[in-house]
Ligand binder design. Structure first.
Ligand code: ADP
Ligand code: MG
Length: 253
């Protein structure tokens, strides 16, 4: 069975004066453990699609299935990481990563242990009592991801997670985030407008057209060597080939 099925999604936004057609018939399925990136021009409907997949907004037509079960509204099976990290500045790192569980009254002994383990594994244990303003942009994104993982979602959605970072931090943050998602064996869907980022992190890239978004290309990414980190993938000869295939499909004009 597929982890997630996206079936014939259409989305039109309505206002008093106009109608915006954002998504036109998008379908795809993901296996457990796949890392899908979705690339497309700015404003084509990428965030709309993620918001539909997590149940935040209802599509005009179509359905989402998780493990074969139709999705209706928000579910704890899906974790969402936004463009901005939305960390609470007045809380410590430790309290930030526990906030979701606390709200859900699920801050059990096991949950606390899991959080300690995540902080330890992903090099944040020493910064537990720091406040977000004392951390680098890349570390903040790591805290945001751990906060999402603390809720133990089965599928992770990431909406341009590195766009607020400078180029150098972006590269190291994508290595870190890639490593965490792989270690935790999560199924992930990342939206980005950066082709290199998509190829360096994913097992598959879907290219969307200009608005209304349709799938124009679905590319499997295979570097033969599964142990390659995103940074090393960028230096592999296959990287350029994938880049050219995807670049040609993107309507950036
Ligand atoms: P992307 O994430 O690819 O940049 P979005 O999904 O944010 O694109 O937006 C796709 C289109 O839908 C844009 O034209 C945007 O203006 C429009 N849109 C997004 N959200 C709304 C909304 N809540 N109401 C009306 N139009 C919207
Ligand atoms: Mg967006």
């Amino acid at each position: 069975m597929k982890k997630i099925d996206v079936e014939h999604i259409f989305m039109n936004y309505h206002s008093l004066k106009s109608e915006t057609e954002a998504i036109k018939d998008i379908s795809f399925s993901l296996q457990q453990g796949e890392f899908l990136s979705i690339v497309g021009p700015s404003g084509c409907g990428k965030s709309t699609l993620l918001n539909i997949i997590c149940g935040l907004i209802k599509p005009s037509q179509g359905n989402i299935y998780i493990d074969g079960k139709k999705l209706s509204g928000l579910t704890s099976k899906i974790g969402y990481m936004f463009q901005k990290d939305h960390l609470f500045e007045w809380l410590t790192v430790f309290d930030n990563v526990r906030i979701g569980l606390k709200i859900q009254h699920k801050l059990t002994k096991e949950a606390n242990e899991k959080i300690e383990e995540l902080l330890e594994n992903y090099k944040l244990q020493d910064f537990k009592n720091y406040h977000p303003s004392e951390l680098s942009g890349g570390m903040r994104q790591r805290v945001a991801l751990i906060r999402t993982l603390a809720l133990n979602p089965e599928v992770l959605l990431l909406d341009e997670p590195f766009s607020a970072l400078d180029y150098q931090s972006r590269l190291s943050a994508s290595d870190d985030i890639f490593e965490i998602i792989k270690q935790e064996n999560k199924t992930a869907i990342m939206v980005t407008h950066d082709i290199s980022e998509a190829i360096s992190m994913s097992s598959r890239v879907i290219v969307l057209s200009k608005r209304p978004a349709k799938i124009v290309k679905d590319v499997n990414i295979d570097f033969s060597d599964d142990s390659l980190t995103p940074l090393y993938r960028r230096e592999n000869p296959k990287f350029r080939e994938y880049f050219d295939i995807i670049w040609k499909e993107l309507e950036l004009k």
